[in-house]
Design a protein around this ligand. Structure first.
Ligand SMILES: Cc1cc2nc3c(=O)[nH]c(=O)nc-3n(C[C@H](O)[C@H](O)[C@H](O)COP(=O)(O)OP(=O)(O)OC[C@H]3O[C@@H](n4cnc5c(N)ncnc54)[C@H](O)[C@@H]3O)c2cc1C
Length: 316
């Protein structure tokens, strides 16, 4: 039971054909792994896409202040690990631990980007799987990895929650006035002066802003390794997204910066009608078709680095 529709669950854990598996693993480097070995874990800024030939690997939510470590899912031969943060740049927040010895293929980030650009069939399968896995992670124990506590009527708390929701970060919200909120405040040794707070397994951000949270999660724009980009678009609402997608599809090295997250006002609506390009309407923030269109380009979306909550940085 994952808490999402059966067809989304199927998309999250696709059965690759032999030919697809061979193509996917050909992008990687083979490696023998042993039970107990950690393939990646919290603190790693990024990770490889790992394709399993004949090992078993479990994905584990690390222990938090109020809960023990929890095994979320196991992957066996023919499967691949990874979720949306392989694309967004968000730092690793789960542990991948080998349960049974075997062989895997590691696809390093550079090779992964090549794979996504060169093999549309595999890139569709991977993208759908990563999105569906993120949906599952927001419904299971992974959401304990980020606990936001504040007041429902406080603008700073709302800004933090909006950011987490727009970035689809697995998280739990606690109203500080509720019984659960009170006990969490106590467990984290926080007072009402510290609100809103964002609690991560190894740290508590007091009076947290979306910018600080973004920075902590590794979602801020840190500059381009090549030194410069061809185009920077500020604002990832429908207008900015369209501009960035078309610029990238014309081959421009494009970054898209947003103070909150992609979608703009459209992300606030459960249904958008009469919008160009969506003759049958679009389901606002959850529009898969819009995300597919965006995926077809190589535009990268970030939050600008910041001193205040408005100007801090993060990537999609
Ligand atoms: C509830 C609701 C329902 C709607 N329904 C419909 C509908 O049915 N049909 C329809 O056609 N339209 C609808 N709209 C309007 C539609 O959503 C907007 O016209 C559209 O989103 C405008 O797109 P935009 O990209 O120009 O600006 P926005 O969507 O406003 O996006 C601007 C983006 O820029 C970012 N930003 C702003 N300043 C900065 C800064 N200094 N630094 C970094 N980032 C910044 C913001 O965070 C935001 O993400 C609706 C709007 C709302 C709120």
């Amino acid at each position: 039971m994952t808490g999402i529709e059966p067809e989304r669950e199927e998309a999250a854990f696709p059965q690759l054909t032999k030919a697809q598996f061979a193509r996917l693993s050909s992008f990687g480097t083979p490696e023998t792994v042993e039970a107990g070995e950690v393939l990646y874990g919290p603190g790693d800024p990024t990770y490889d896409l790992i394709v399993i030939e004949d090992a078993t690997v479990e994905i584990v939510q690390p222990a938090t202040r109020d809960a023990a470590e929890e095994s979320l899912v196991r992957f066996g031969p023919g499967a691949f690990l990874g979720e949306l943060n392989l694309l967004t740049g968000q730092a690793v927040y789960l542990i991948a631990r080998v349960v049974e010895d075997g062989r895997v293929h590691r696809i390093a980030p550079e090779r992964f980007r090549r794979l996504m650009a060169e093999d549309p069939e595999l890139s569709d399968i991977l993208l759908e799987a990563f999105q569906a896995r993120r949906e599952i992670l927001t419904h299971n124990g992974a959401s304990r990895g980020l606990e936001i506590i504040g007041s429902a009527m406080d603008p700073a708390s709302l800004a933090l929650r909006t950011y987490a929701a727009r970035r689809r970060l697995p998280h739990l919200w606690f109203d500080a006035d509720s019984v659960a909120g009170h006990s969490l405040l106590k467990a984290a040794s926080l007072t009402s002066d510290d609100l809103p707070a964002a609690l991560l397994p190894d740290q508590a951000l007091k009076r947290a802003t979306p910018g600080e949270l973004a920075e902590t999660l590794g979602l801020t724009y840190r500059g381009d390794s090549g030194g410069s980009v061809d185009l920077a678009v500020v604002g990832a609402g429908p207008a900015g997204l369209a501009a960035a997608v078309y610029a990238a599809s014309e081959g421009l090295n494009t970054v898209l910066l947003d103070g909150v997250g992609p979608g703009g006002q459209a992300a606030a609506s459960s249904r958008i009608e009469n919008y160009l390009g969506f003759p049958r309407g679009s389901a606002g923030a959850s529009s898969r078709s819009a995300r597919r269109r965006k995926r077809s380009s190589s535009a990268r979306v970030f939050r600008p680095p910041a001193k205040s909550s408005r100007s801090t940085a993060t990537s999609i």
